[in-house]
Design a protein around this ligand. Sequence first.
Ligand code: ATP
Length: 231
Amino acid sequence: MGLLVDQINKSFGEVRVIKDLSMEVREGSIFGFLGANGAGKTTTMRMILDIIRPDSGKITWNGQNVNKVPRNRWGYLPEERGLYPKMIVEEQLLFLARLNGLSKQAAKKEMNEWFERFQINANRKKKVSDLSKGNQQKIQFLATVLHDPDILIMDEPFSGLDPVNASVLKEAFLEMHRRGKTIIFSTHQLEQVEEMCEDVLIINKGQSVVQGNVREVKRQHGRNVLRLKLD
Ligand code: ATP
């Protein structure tokens, strides 16, 4: 069980941006979605989240059409980020967690734990816009996970992060993995996929190029795997 994307297609006007794309993400796994700019990663993620609909094909989570899955089961970290810059960090996180159905008490407890783990206690009363890029990204991550979703869809979560913050975020991913969450994240970088994922899908111009176990894919394609995603 898990996420099944079955032969989806999507066009914007005359342009077909996703072509007969299928993918399988095992429940509880960390799945890497690798492709160059404009390959179709964001569009695919938005269809998985049922923000936009495929023109054809089917997407299910544990056998249920994604449009039937309760919204608070998903956690989405959008590429364009989604924080309110002028809102106080902890107020914003509590607001979002409450919107997603978490009690105030549970949200506070969870938030406090993450503030400790990320060592960002000093930032909790600041406006989001006053934080460094790395800290903003940690808050964005918390906004995605605080309500305890089952599936995390993260659009280029590591982009623009320095190595220290990238490794903090990577640890946070592994913590969510230990909690049994299913994580799909997009990236341009094969190294991030190798470090964290068992399975990968490489997408190019809206089409699946190669898909499967990361080690197996590397064994079969070797260095060419990098060229595959950039063609
Ligand atoms: P990036 O790494 O740059 O975010 P991506 O792999 O996420 O790239 P998408 O954002 O899914 O790629 O875009 C795939 C293609 O679809 C691009 O050519 C893009 O211009 C086009 N596209 C995406 N959304 C729309 C839209 N709403 N209307 C028209 N074209 C769109």
